[in-house]
Design a protein around this ligand. Structure first.
Ligand code: PLP
Length: 438
């Protein structure tokens, strides 16, 4: 993997300073005023960004320039040299939603940076689930905060399985599934998706049948919505997963991190909302939809028949999330709805743009429109390229994409593109990819 040279800021766009709540001389000299209001939050990116319309309604994907993005120090922007367009790891090229930034700044102003406490995050998620998905079954008492979704998955696997127990995944799937499961000492069993990117129930049942021997405690790690294909599992499909799992004695852990990110007209169905899924466990988080991966916090949610399992979660797991992360995630779910809607509209546009660009410049690359996530799964098998297309696009086009080969069986010959960026960068990336084939 290419590493950047770790250079510092490369552009000097004038960004106004954040107005933290450092007491001014005037405030400190006010005798008798015991409670000070935190100062108003000042939007940090208005100056220097290209789109200065009101935050919350403008397309968040068009607000930051390439120069601003290159000043970021996170994985997406620091792994490759500056001549590479990074459209790989699942970070978004947006500023923070204003209510989220405000909540963080207010917490900092107050010095509210201790340990997490309470059920605010779970209550916010329950409200969001009810409002967005019409699901009122998320019981706050059957939730637990966990540091992030992957560590939450690990903890759920520890609760319902033991060392050596198999974990079934629907490949091609998010590569860390393989690493985290194997590091935990569980073998991964693949039940590949069908060619349409949907769960193949014959294949799934055969996999369940292979791993059930009465002694093992198998788990199906369901990715819903599915990364990388963007498949939204229907209520019927999820109920069929639950039925099969029950009949084979397989427990289901659902990773629902991408749940808020759906294409227009599509609806996410929570796994725990379908009949038969009462003993399921789910991991949810605001981190993908509001770009909060660096503010660690996620929620484990148990169905009614898994409540006793979740109750065995060691208390110290709940000390892992960041308190400021919990505050940020809570604000996103409570107050970030308008921002999310603007993001989803921008992603719809980006999916259409990508389809047009591929048709015009890379007609041999096929891409079924994703129903969810901000990821595009590009089938490059007809390009006839030698080797991995991701290597070709990186070496010759200077575009960083995820190699499909890392996603397990069914991934070779594909690349995953991150569409949570501006239309300009998507356009530039496809032009570069087309030029790489010349
Ligand atoms: C399906 C899926 N699960 C988990 C994660 C990682 O989540 P976290 O950072 O909360 O561990 C990602 C990140 O992209 C993901 O796509």
């Amino acid at each position: 993997m290419r590493r950047s040279r770790g250079k510092g800021a490369r552009c000097s766009l004038p960004l106004p300073p954040l107005q933290y709540g450092v007491p001014s001389a005037a405030m400190t000299s006010q005798r008798g005023s015991r409670r000070r209001q935190p100062p108003a939050y000042s939007w940090p990116m208005d100056s220097g960004s290209r789109d200065t319309s009101a935050p919350g309604t403008a397309n968040p994907l068009s607000r930051l320039s390439l120069e601003q993005l290159r000043r970021r120090t996170s994985m997406k922007w620091r792994t490759y040299p500056d001549d590479v367009l990074p459209l790989w790891v699942a970070e978004m090229d947006t500023p923070l939603a204003e209510p989220v930034a405000r909540a963080i700044v207010d917490a900092v102003a107050l010095g509210d940076t201790g340990y997490p406490a309470g059920t605010d995050y779970a209550e916010a998620l329950a409200g969001f689930a009810s409002g967005r998905w019409g699901w009122d079954g998320l019981a706050v008492k059957r939730t637990a905060i966990v540091p992030d979704v992957m560590l939450g998955i690990v903890e759920m696997l520890k609760l319902v399985s033991g060392p050596g127990d198999p974990v079934i995944v629907n490949s091609p799937v998010y590569p860390p599934f393989y690493q985290f499961i194997q590091n935990l000492g569980r073998p991964v069993v693949e039940a590949p998706l069908g060619p349409d990117g949907r769960i193949d129930f014959e294949v799934l049942e055969a996999a369940f049948g292979r791993v059930t021997d009465g002694r093992k405690r198998p788990v199906h790690l369901l990715c819903s919505p599915h990364n990388p294909t963007g498949t939204l599992h229907t209520a019927e499909e999820l109920a069929e997963v639950a039925r099969l799992a029950r009949s084979y004695g397989v427990r289901v852990v659902a990773d629902e991190i991408h749940a808020p990110i759906v294409a227009s007209g599509a609806t996410f169905v929570p796994y725990l909302s379908v009949p038969g899924a009462e003993d399921g466990l789910s991991l949810m988080s605001a981190s993908k939809a509001w770009n909060l991966a660096g503010l660690k916090a996620a929620l484990a949610v148990a169905g009614p028949d898994a409540a006793a399992d979740l109750a065995r979660l060691p208390e110290e797991v709940g000390h892992g999330p960041s308190h400021v992360g919990v505050i940020a995630h809570t604000a996103a779910l409570r107050h970030g709805g308008d921002w999310l809607d603007a993001l989803l509209a921008g992603l719809d546009d980006n999916r259409r743009l990508l389809a047009d660009l591929l048709a015009a410049h890379l007609p041999a690359v096929r891409c079924a429109p994703a129903q969810a996530t901000y990821l595009a799964w590009l089938d490059c098998r007809s390009l006839g390229a030698d080797g991995d297309p991701a290597t070709l696009f990186l070496d010759r086009g200077r575009v960083a994409l995820n190699s499909g080969a890392d996603f397990g069986t069914g991934g070779a010959g594909f690349v995953r593109m991150n569409l949570a960026t501006s239309p300009e960068l998507i356009t530039e990336a496809v032009h570069r990819m087309a030029a790489a084939l010349d």
